[in-house]
Ligand binder design. Structure first.
Ligand code: NAP
Length: 289
């Protein structure tokens, strides 16, 4: 590992709280592997200090930043430019320096679709069903639109929030149609979907024994469908265990985490990065935890 010198460059992640973040583990592993004179650190920035922190980290020569909860939306007015993807999602997770200040994008979208693209399916004939309508669901919608899915069904439990979610896409440049459904519509949706995505936290600690759909509902899912859970620990989640029991193909959230990180690092370093080193660092870390 390179010694820290006056030339060492800094990357990092801002959030609050931030000590649980896995980003330093996977980014420092690949920076070490590439023998680059960089370090990646976590900055705990309280919401009231966001503006000051963004300005301060900007003039301190920090080369790039990831942004996580609760700053993904709040940071947007502090940027000088954003990609169309970030505008569509309505949130950013990656910042880099432009000529006049920080610019931003959302690599969660690229991270989410990476394992789907690898399957080489014809997504134009797919009607995905998304469970949940929070922040991650927005990146999933944009990703599925980028894959070419003409219609995306979003299922939520709170009808008011669901209506707001639907409204938020009106006037956006998204090329797909977002159709909202109450949870009770699942029995009619599941037999016709080829991709079921869990974006709820059900299945993650402290709800590790729960699944957003039970065994009966999972039994109604089209047998050729893919079940994709954004949760990356435990592996597999209860949702994916039920899907495996039905013989469905499954994808967990680890690859999304790896690929959103690799996409950010590629922007900062302006070079390809070996995602397998980041994946292995995460797996080793999660095994020890
Ligand atoms: P969020 O903004 O809080 O959204 C969570 C959504 O789940 C909301 O629509 C919420 O509905 C719904 N929900 C919560 N509990 C539910 C329940 N018991 N029944 C039905 N719906 C329920 O959270 P988020 O930021 O989108 O994150 C969601 C999950 O994605 C987390 O597990 C997170 O770890 C994971 N994630 C993974 C990655 C990755 O790289 N793999 C990236 C981002 C997120 P209400 O609004 O009604 O509460």
């Amino acid at each position: 590992m390179q010694t820290i010198t006056g030339k060492t460059q800094l990357l990092g992640v801002i959030g609050h709280p931030i000590s649980h973040s896995l980003s330093p583990v996977m980014h420092n592993a690949v920076l070490r592997h590439l023998d680059l004179d960089y370090r990646y650190v976590a900055f705990d920035i309280a919401p009231e200090n966001l503006q000051m922190a963004i300005a301060g980290l900007g003039v301190s020569g920090v080369k790039g930043l990831n942004v996580t909860i609760p700053h993904k939306q709040a940071v947007m007015p502090l940027l000088t430019a954003m990609t169309e993807t970030a505008n569509q999602v309505g949130a950013v997770n990656t910042l880099w320096k432009g000529p006049n200040g920080w610019q931003g994008t959302n690599t969660d979208v690229e991270g989410f679709i990476a394992p789907l693209k690898a399957l080489g399916h014809h997504w134009r004939r797919t009607m995905p069903v998304i469970l949940g309508n929070g922040g991650a669901a927005r990146a999933v919608v944009v990703g599925l639109a980028q894959l070419g899915c003409p219609e995306i069904a979003v299922v939520g439990r709170n009808l008011e929030k669901l209506a707001d979610f639907h409204q938020s896409w009106q006037g956006s440049t998204l090329k797909s149609q977002v159709v909202i459904h109450p949870w009770g519509n699942l029995p009619t949706l599941l037999p016709h979907t080829q991709l079921l995505v869990n974006t709820t936290p059900l299945g993650m600690a402290p709800n590790a024994d729960q699944s957003p759909v039970d065994e009966v509902l999972m039994g109604q899912v089209n047998k050729t469908a893919i079940a994709y859970d954004l949760i990356y620990t435990p592996r597999p989640t209860q949702f994916l265990k039920l899907a495996q029991r039905q013989g469905l193909k499954t994808i967990d959230g680890l690859e999304m985490l790896v690929q959103q990180g690799a996409a950010a690092l590629k922007i900062w370093l302006e070079q390809e990065v070996p995602a397998e080193i980041m994946r292995q660092a995460l797996l080793d870390h999660l095994e020890q935890a």
